[in-house]
Design a protein around this ligand. Structure first.
Ligand SMILES: [Zn+2]
Length: 253
């Protein structure tokens, strides 16, 4: 069975992103039905589409939603242009437009208060990175996905909010609390060795060894145990989100 014998999807990230940006689909009117190779959008007769712009050696082939299809939708065609790539690298895209998602305060705000779904969140970690067409579409404000570089990360809002309190409790323990706080960083207390905004630091989210020192253990209670258990249950997306939520005063990355 070929891809064109089945129906494609009716809503994809490319549609959400392009519409939010106020951009237009590009290409030529389709003369037969098809499915977008990149996002799997259904292409009806008359819809704008274009031939797949990549060959057999396309490095992102595994990301294609309908591999083998000979065409892409007009929305993916738009997102593949220089302007489309630039506009879709960082943002929260929804029917209400685009929320900024680059300055740390903006990222913290959007993660704690996402727009009405469906929405798409993208955070590029390299120049001209293809983000929009392969980002997941989120359907809930309480449990949603963010595309960070080449990863799709889960954020559960309640876990994120509870993690802030857990971080404060554990981050203020003797042996963990920094002796001198650099006022320029203004990061709220936390028990991590480091937090990485682009997840390129291998020590991202690693627990501070002081947490297991005698100094800290002398003040240890069941509440601390619960806080630590919570932090160990965080998804990578939630520990990534803490980077921004715990440092609301920081400027652009
Ligand atoms: Zn598409």
């Amino acid at each position: 069975m070929t891809q064109t014998q089945t129906k494609g999807l009716s809503l994809t990230s490319s549609v959400v992103v392009v519409n939010a940006l106020g951009m237009k689909p590009e290409g030529a009117a389709a003369t037969s039905e098809g499915i977008c190779a990149m996002c799997a959008l259904h292409i009806g007769v008359g819809d704008l589409q274009a031939p797949t712009p990549f060959g057999q050696n396309f490095t992102d082939d595994l990301s294609l939603a309908a591999r083998g299809s000979p065409c892409v939708c007009g929305y993916c065609a738009t997102l593949s242009t220089v302007d489309g790539l630039r506009a879709s690298g960082f943002g929260v895209f929804s029917k209400s437009g685009v929320l900024p998602f680059r300055k740390w305060q903006d990222i913290a705000n959007a993660l704690l208060n996402p727009p009405e779904p469906p929405f798409v969140m993208t955070y590029a970690t390299a120049n001209s990175q293809h983000m929009g067409w392969r980002a997941p579409v989120s359907e809930s404000r309480n449990s949603f996905m963010v595309r960070v570089g080449l990863r799709d990360l889960l954020v559960r809002r309640e876990m994120l909010e509870r993690a802030v309190d857990a971080c404060e409790l554990l981050g203020n323990l003797p042996g963990v609390r920094p002796k001198a706080v650099n006022p320029a960083r203004r990061t709220l207390p936390n028990p991590f060795v480091s937090m990485s905004s682009d997840l390129k630091e291998p020590s991202h989210g690693r627990l501070h060894p002081g947490l297991f020192s005698d100094e800290a253990r002398n003040e240890w209670t069941d509440t601390h145990e619960g806080a630590l258990a919570l932090l160990r249950r965080l998804s990578l997306g939630e520990s990534w989100a803490l980077r921004f939520v715990l440092t609301p005063g920081a400027g652009a990355n």
